[in-house]
Design a protein around this ligand. Sequence first.
Ligand code: EPU
Length: 424
Amino acid sequence: MIQMDKIIIRGGRKLKGTVSVSGSKNAVLPIMCAALLADGQYTLTRVPSLKDVDTMKRLLACLGVSVETDEHTMVIKHQGVSEYEAPYNLVKTMRASIYALGPLLTRYGYAKVSMPGGCAWGPRPINLHIENLKKMGAKIDLEKGYIVARTKRLKGTRIVFDVSSVGATGNCLMAAVLAKGSSIIENAAREPEIIALATFLNTMGARIQGAGTDKLEIQGVDSLQPADAHIIPDRIEAGTFLIAGMITAGEVRLQDVESGNLTAVLEKLQEAGAHIQTGDDYIHLRSCGRIRPVDVTTAVYPGFPTDMQAQWMALMSLAGGSSVITDTIYLDRFTHVAELRRLGADIILDHNTALVRGVDHLSGAPVMSTDLRASASLILAGLAAKGQTDISRVYHIDRGYESIEKKLRMLGADIQRDTEKLAV
Ligand code: EPU
């Protein structure tokens, strides 16, 4: 027998109230790795309390870096690492561990990082990380499931990504800041998390221009200094809570959020009938009548994020008509479809496109969470469904949503966590 948490939702309550958005998972993880680039002490604030952040702490600890957290403040300290290896047991639970590769290699000339392997919804290659670090002069071998990278010193180069990749942009950027000479990264990711990373690196003394555009220009420097960072709000958590308000015909206000990072999602919510007001650090959503069907095609930033695709599908399941949802970033990211169908959703999947025919209501049922965003979509559907929804294997949700049940309860949801015993 093993014990596992499950979430129990009694659906049908309109959510109403204010919720504070936590710091961004996908911003804090590369920034924690950037701390490998210079000895000394770093203070990060608005650090979200998440499983993935804990995993990254354990990874840094394996390298000999001290990481202490008090509430949402994290202090990272080291005088150079003592190990250079990101082990399999950590990398297999969090692919973002690959962010250790660029900093270790450029700073110490050696890195050994376990190959991430597949993920719950299919292959997620890392060829762009490897090819372009090689272009900067690294010698990279694959040995017994590990990427082993060596260099005397990386050299600045011109990188042109044929696919825009958040992770490869982040890794090559961290490598380039300490490389000899200048680098150009074209077709660079423009995501806010990459801007946050570039801003942090510049605070450390790096010379990066063009963050937020698809062309980054980096003048390599000989050394960097430690710095502090206030982590940006999590735009995917924010989008998820907005849909929670909308799907339950409620009204929610998000605090501590940057609405400018959510433009594509806010536009789609408005098309679907939401009334939205934004201010410097808030977004207010009021639902108005039946959800209207709205098609979505995911794209790199500033397009509609793939990390909101599953949640959007939950919303569209209750729309007054049919919509088409296409994921162009991850063609197989649809493990939530079968589970949403268990709740009564009418979805036909064809390759990377889902036809969602809105139904009048969903009905609670036992479902299983399969990955982080799929779990979020099941919670959203469960909040709107009639009756009780039990979601098992919810450990996925703790990777990326801080205190999700607590925050939803503050909005009036009937949601609890329980431990179930599973036969193995
Ligand atoms: N790709 C390649 N080769 C590579 C790298 C990526 O072909 O070497 C392809 C991928 O297969 C995909 C596309 O490029 O089709 C974009 O992938 P990207 O590299 O941008 O993804 P990532 O860096 O691995 C980050 C987020 C993901 C998010 C994606 C896309 C972090 C830690 N993860 O992943 O977040 O879905 O960008 O926006 O930042 C999540 O939070 O739930 C999550 C999965």
